[in-house]
Write a protein that binds this ligand. Structure first.
Ligand code: HEC
Length: 95
């Protein structure tokens, strides 16, 4: 009896905990804010956003097309997440 009540309570708490899972990153609904979050998650430990942003802005070796290709094999983010991250980096004054 007590065990049953405990299980019901646990199921309720679990449902409450997962109710607001964020939508999957990337894809049509992705925003600059998503990119900032993904950057912190996947890139922030090794890179400062401003450094990469400068390289992207200056063009050169890391114009966007090159960056997209480079990121396919670099970092742990998926390709879709990479695009969202690049949107964030390319957005001039978002922090
Ligand atoms: C474990 C540390 C680490 C993580 C995590 C990481 N990087 Fe890097 N990144 C490096 C290192 C080291 C280099 C330089 C060597 C190389 O080219 O692979 C580099 C190079 C780069 C370059 C080329 C810059 C240049 O001056 O040549 C870009 C752009 C870049 N990373 C973007 C990202 C992005 C975006 C993410 C997140 C998806 C990411 N990195 C995740 C360590 C990391």
């Amino acid at each position: 009896m007590l065990l049953g009540a405990g299980l019901v309570l646990f199921a309720g708490v679990f449902a409450w905990l997962v109710r607001d899972e964020p939508a999957a990153p990337g894809g049509a609904g992705a925003s600059i804010a998503d990119g900032a979050r993904l950057f912190q998650q996947y890139c922030g430990e090794c890179h400062a956003a401003d450094d990469l942003r400068t390289q992207l802005r200056d063009g050169g070796a890391f114009a966007r097309g090159r960056a997209e290709t480079f990121l396919r094999d670099h970092g742990d983010a998926t390709d879709a997440e990479d695009l969202t991250i690049l949107d964030y980096l390319a957005a001039a004054d978002t922090r």
